[in-house]
Design a protein around this ligand. Sequence first.
Ligand code: NAD
Ligand code: UDP
Length: 359
Amino acid sequence: MAVLVTGGAGFIGSHLCDRLLADGHDVVCLDNFFTGSKENIRHLLPNPRFELVRHDIIRYVELEVSYVYNLACPASPVHYQHDAIRTVQANVLGVTNILELARRTGARILQASTSEVYGDPQVHPQTESYWGHVNPVGLRSCYDEGKRVAETLMMDYHRQHGVDTRIARIFNTYGPRMAPDDGRVVSTLIVQALRNELLTVFGKGSQTRSFCFVEDMVDGLISLMEIPNFHEPVNLGNPEECTIIELAEMIRSMVGTNTGIRFESLPVDDPIRRRPDITRAREVLGWEPYVRLEDGLRATIGYFEKVLRTSGAPAAEVLTPAAIEAAGKGSPQWLRARTTKSSVSNRIARSRRRDQLST
Ligand code: NAD
Ligand code: UDP
């Protein structure tokens, strides 16, 4: 099958391209390289089943494909607030363009939505039936409201034009290939710890998030795309919740540094608590995440240690034997070996579950 991944050179998109190619699909990766990087997909360029298109979804594009994963949108608060109007446009004009493409070709389309549609939630954990608590005029609203309109467009194209839509509400996801400077908490704290710099924690660090490793997220996205006739939103994330200060302490101890913490003011409208209720994903997709935070962080630390080492940043001299061991285990080969093993068994279990559900 020919599959389009918009935002395919980004963090999640590049892992999705890897998996789709491994599953035997032809993949068209479309990206404007705003936050994505050629480094994320360089290894795929020689593959004859992989094509790269530089394009901005704000403009219409004609491509012949059977499946579309629409991930094209900056995802970190620093990036999506950098040009807020473009963020709204990507979610309104861009999503309309990609939906028109799906309508014309008859492709099934999955929209990468977000837990941000719940805003600063008053219901905890967040279920898909919760309508959210979003500031429509704040600094985060270009993203939050943009993604909410994108969901509306998905449902309306389904109801009005019969487009075969899927909506994934993605909760905080982390892993190798996050951009070191994207300002998101996992990448920022790991890079700071590896450089032996103070870790920046916003507010008192008592706000919570629930972090999902990228490999599990890719499994969830593919499971949702493959399930027949399900158009309602589905939460995808790891329900293991932790405070930001707990995360900082975990990263500090895993990297093996005793650097201090610098407390900075909490950004406006920063959600206080976030944790997905994944009952629907479990029941409808037979999906749940498997990678524990500690294991995912170890792989991510290994990735960033390598990135900093090759970019000449002073990482090596602050590493302890424990951190060097973690970095070694995080080499691509180690990562491939362990993720392949776990993903194969998880996916067999999920596909059995899907078969049961569709009979
Ligand atoms: P990312 O920034 O690494 O990837 C986004 C990709 O989209 C980048 O390659 C970027 O260059 C590209 N892009 C941005 N605007 C574009 C446009 N107008 N046209 C074409 N390409 C464009 O972010 P990510 O973490 O990989 O997120 C991928 C998707 O998942 C996003 O839609 C994001 O909103 C969603 N999401 C991610 C998370 C998370 O924690 N990572 C959480 C919720 C939702
Ligand atoms: N955060 C932090 N220090 C940082 C970056 C983020 O304490 O250097 C906090 C941020 O205020 C938020 C949480 O970590 O409460 C997650 O932030 P991130 O930007 O990763 O994702 P989002 O806010 O979109 O969930």
